[in-house]
Design a protein around this ligand. Structure first.
Ligand code: ADP
Ligand code: MG
Length: 210
């Protein structure tokens, strides 16, 4: 069953001297449980497409339907709530909250969903252990390596069990060893999620995706 439908999706930027057609009339769908990779050179529109799938950017025309909801028709409050419940993001830049510890970074999103304190505590610790950060619970992001920060982002993203996980070049700032570790983690979680990854690395796409 398809979980995401993309219909004639277009994004044009007119604030530049010459209009930029970042995404131009795309039709695409993703199956539930699929691990899909989007591959293409820099500037071809991958990030713009992902941001529209995740409701971070509004299409110029066409629409994205996730779980039966047309993203661009949700009110801004409903969109925030929808993203919180259904969509997990992992970006190239780690987007962690610098003043919070690893554990607090994961719990922050769970608190927004009103998790019970005891359950949240147990889940956070077991998740951080499962991504190899069991000894870093109280470290701040700037005390972690790039690979550790990205594993923390993945833990944060799966903590609230989103339906769809969007990863935009999650390994492009990492060395090969840290990348291999992230790819292993992707394989561990793939059975439970629909994942779309953007990468400019064909070998990575071939290794991790369906
Ligand atoms: P990719 O992720 O594949 O590298 P992007 O989606 O970031 O590509 O960008 C696609 C095209 O849209 C590029 O030509 C980029 O310069 C342009 N673009 C992206 N965001 C904006 C913006 N906010 N304003 C104008 N042009 C943009
Ligand atoms: Mg990009």
């Amino acid at each position: 069953m398809s979980i995401i439908h993309i219909n004639n999706l277009t994004k044009t930027y007119h604030d530049t001297e010459v209009p930029v057609y970042a995404v131009n009339g795309i039709d695409l769908s993703f199956e539930e449980g699929e691990f899909a990779a989007i591959v293409g050179p820099s500037g071809c529109g991958k990030t713009t497409l992902m941001n529209m799938i995740g409701g971070l950017e509004v299409p110029t025309s066409g629409n994205v339907v996730v779980d039966g909801s047309i993203m661009s028709e949700l009110s801004s409050n409903n969109l925030i709530d929808f993203r919180l419940r259904n969509i997990g993001f992992v970006f190239q830049a780690y987007n962690l909250i610098p003043v919070l510890t690893a554990k607090e970074n994961v719990e922050f999103i769970m608190q927004l969903q009103n998790w019970d304190k005891k359950k949240m505590d147990a889940r956070t610790i077991s998740l951080l252990e499962s991504v190899g950060l069991g000894d870093k619970l109280h470290s701040k992001p700037n005390q972690l390596s790039g690979g550790q920060q990205q594993r923390l982002c993945i833990a944060r993203c799966i903590a609230v069990e989103p339906d769809v996980i969007l990863m935009d070049e999650p390994c492009s700032a990492l060395d090969p060893i840290a990348t291999a570790r992230i790819e292993d983690l992707m394989q561990e979680i793939k059975k439970d999620y629909t994942i779309i990854i953007v990468t400019h690395n064909m070998q990575q796409a071939a290794r991790v995706s369906d």
